[in-house]
Design a protein around this ligand. Structure first.
Ligand SMILES: Cc1cc2nc3c(=O)[nH]c(=O)nc-3n(C[C@H](O)[C@H](O)[C@H](O)COP(=O)(O)O)c2cc1C
Length: 330
């Protein structure tokens, strides 16, 4: 049974990865319904939070039904990170997660995200200060290292644990790899196999089938799987993994009714949460996967992803329902 601080997250929990413009409250709620054990917000800038930037503070919203939920923040400045911990706490998350893994230039160049992998002492001292500044469990999400020649993740994880980090999620790539190549889970297993480690070690990167999740558990011995891209437009991934663990069999894919129901609810929740314009815009990236496999679908997908008016998108869903009601997904 894995625990993050005092939070019992079950046996080999499945965690929804923090994903910018994806892991918002509507999508997290859908993933939770389908079996995600822990969900994380997208990363939120500590500098944005302390400036009270509307875009950052809105990202703090959480629904009761998605708990346990971790709010992820990033930054490299101690004062800003500590102030943002206080702001984040007011939203009542269950966990505060620190992003030490984002590879994008604008984040890294400020020493934040994966940028901090070049300064492990700072990574550790920032974590320690944040742990001391809150009663909530603090977790870390990071990568294997800055580049192939500087992988010290076993030592880094142990030091983070020693300053009070309550769980670590490790993406099996370096910053230099960005998203290229295959994620390497062997160094994550080394972290787990360190006899001094006692906090949960969650693996991340390329879990795209129930078999891969099982491999992460049984071959690599990790404590849980954090799932990102496989869930985009496919929140059912969580229940499929769980079913496979329980029975060794694959669940049939969701049928058209379930997919339409999810797409409609997703869009409606997104509009309710962030307004018509952003709600319509930011739900677009999910439709390809919601309806993946339907032949000659382009015409319908184009309507879904080009219209700025939700009424048109809902009308496209209705059309799909009429045209493909009996379509059997493979
Ligand atoms: C669209 C997108 C946005 C992401 N945003 C974040 C983020 O805000 N914070 C973070 O720690 N990682 C972020 N990531 C990285 C994912 O959390 C995860 O580490 C990565 O996608 C590898 O896992 P996967 O192979 O299961 O997708 C993002 C990834 C994607 C694809």
């Amino acid at each position: 049974m894995a625990k993050i601080g005092n939070i019992d997250v079950g046996d080999f929990p499945l965690l929804l990865a923090p994903m910018e413009d994806v892991s918002d409250p509507p999508f997290r709620a859908l993933c939770k319904e389908q079996g995600a054990d822990v969900v994380y917000t997208e990363f939120i800038s500590s500098e944005g939070l302390i400036r009270d930037a509307a875009k950052s503070t809105m990202k703090l919203d959480i629904y009761e039904k998605e708990r346990p939920v971790g709010i992820q923040i990033f930054g490299a400045n101690l004062e800003s990170m500590l102030q943002s911990v206080e702001i984040v706490e007011k939203s009542g998350p269950d966990i505060i997660d620190i992003n030490f893994g984002c590879p994008v230039k604008k984040v890294v160049s400020k020493g934040a995200g994966a940028g901090i992998l070049k300064d492990i002492d700072l990574m550790v001292s920032l974590t320690e200060a944040m742990v001391k500044h809150t009663k909530l469990p603090v977790t870390v999400k990071t990568r294997l290292g800055w580049d192939h020649d500087s992988i010290k993740i076993v030592e880094v994880a142990e030091r983070l644990q020693d300053v009070g980090c309550q769980a670590i999620s490790i993406h099996g790539r370096t910053r230099a790899q960005m998203y290229k190549g295959e994620a390497d889970w062997a160094p994550i297993a080394e972290v787990k196999n360190n006899p001094r480690m006692h906090i949960p070690v969650f693996g991340n990167g390329d879990v795209d089938s129930p078999e891969r999740a099982m491999e992460m558990r049984d071959k690599f011995g990790l404590d849980g799987a954090m799932i990102g891209r496989a869930s985009i437009g496919y929140p059912w991934f969580f229940r499929e993994v769980k079913h496979f663990f329980k029975t060794g069999e694959h669940l049939p894919p969701p049928n058209m009714k379930e997919r339409l129901d999810a797409a409609r609810r997703h869009l409606q929740m997104a509009i309710d949460w962030k307004g018509e314009k952003l709600g319509v815009f930011e739900t677009r990236r999910h439709y390809t996967n919601y309806f993946k496999g339907i032949p000659h679908f382009k015409e319908y997908r184009m309507k879904m992803v080009t219209s700025d008016d939700s009424a048109d998108v809902f009308a496209a869903f209705d059309e799909v329902e009429r045209e493909f009601a009996n379509y059997e997904f493979a």
